[in-house]
Write a new protein. Sequence first.
Length: 69
Amino acid sequence: PYREDGVATAPSNLAFDRSLIERNPAWGLRDIADVDRLARDFGFERSYRYAMPANNLTLVYRRRGANGS
């Protein structure tokens, strides 16, 4: 699960986020924009975003210039 613009992508993910942070303050849901930025810093671009069951997302990143892109 992720946050998008600071908001959990599904209300059910809020409890999961709290549970992660209680176990370790460095854990928790990440904002998609932050993940995209980190990926770009390491030479990757998001190529796909798939909606998954149970309000989950799969984000696919590819190295810039890979496969002729």
